[in-house]
Design a protein. Structure first.
Length: 230
């Protein structure tokens, strides 16, 4: 006959879901699932069901979760009420069953997607390409030029002009449209040059020599013979 000893493993496994006198089995199981989501950095879809001070509320596995307003978007959120009823993708960033504390965030997912898209756009830009951009900011060491779609590159002060300048603002101003050449890419950063294009233009002008027409080169045989008396 089977005894309780034969079911020790099964009993031990069941104890972890029997409750602790404060939380029932379903709730304990739900917290275990939530912790798995956090450990695996799983992306969850949740519907915003309530608005509270400085954030919103959603449910995960039947547990009430808080999403801070600062973690709903990459931009500042002015009106939390506009998010009510929306379905968003989130990750669990805090799960503390003892404190009944469950916090979610959408910001990390959005940032990863933005960075991946930006990396793809940078990868598509080839070294040597000539592009048109707009001067976004000017620093002591150079100027950042926006190339569109959130991508920008640095024109170091040494690459702004063929002449030595004390500060980038001597030649450039914010909002100015410029033509630049991509001279390097490293660690997701783009190096640009205006000087390189100036040097190339000068070399092209130097090799443009206006040659005379063929009939003006030298003296023709007819010209030589007409002056010879036999």
């Amino acid at each position: 006959m089977e005894s309780m000893k034969d079911f020790e493993k099964e009993l031990e496994a069941s104890y972890q879901y029997m409750g602790d006198g404060e939380k029932d089995t379903d709730e304990l199981y739900a917290w275990e699932k939530v912790k798995e989501y956090m450990d695996n950095k799983e992306i969850l879809e949740v519907e915003i069901s309530g608005i509270v001070n400085k954030g919103v509320i959603a449910m995960v596995e039947g547990i009430r979760a808080f999403i801070p307003g600062s973690r709903l978007s990459l931009k500042h959120v002015d009106d939390l009420n506009a998010w009510l009823g929306k379905t968003i993708r989130v990750r669990v960033i805090t799960a503390e069953p003892e404190e009944n504390k469950l916090v979610l965030s959408a910001r990390e997912i959005l940032k990863e997607e933005r960075d991946a898209e930006k990396a793809g756009r940078i990868a598509a830009i080839e070294t040597g390409a000539v592009l048109t951009g707009t001067v976004e900011t000017i620093k002591d060491y150079g100027a950042f030029v926006g190339l569109g779609e959130g991508v920008s590159g640095l024109v170091h002060i040494s690459q702004i002009s063929r002449e030595r300048i004390k500060h980038p603002s001597v030649v450039l101003s914010e909002g100015q449209e410029v033509t630049v050449k991509v001279i390097g890419k490293k660690d997701g950063k783009i190096s640009l040059s205006i000087k390189a294009l100036e040097e190339e233009k000068e070399r092209e002008e130097e090799v443009k020599v206006e040659l005379p027409k063929s009939e003006e080169i030298g003296t023709s045989l007819g010209d030589l013979l007409k002056n010879i008396k036999l």
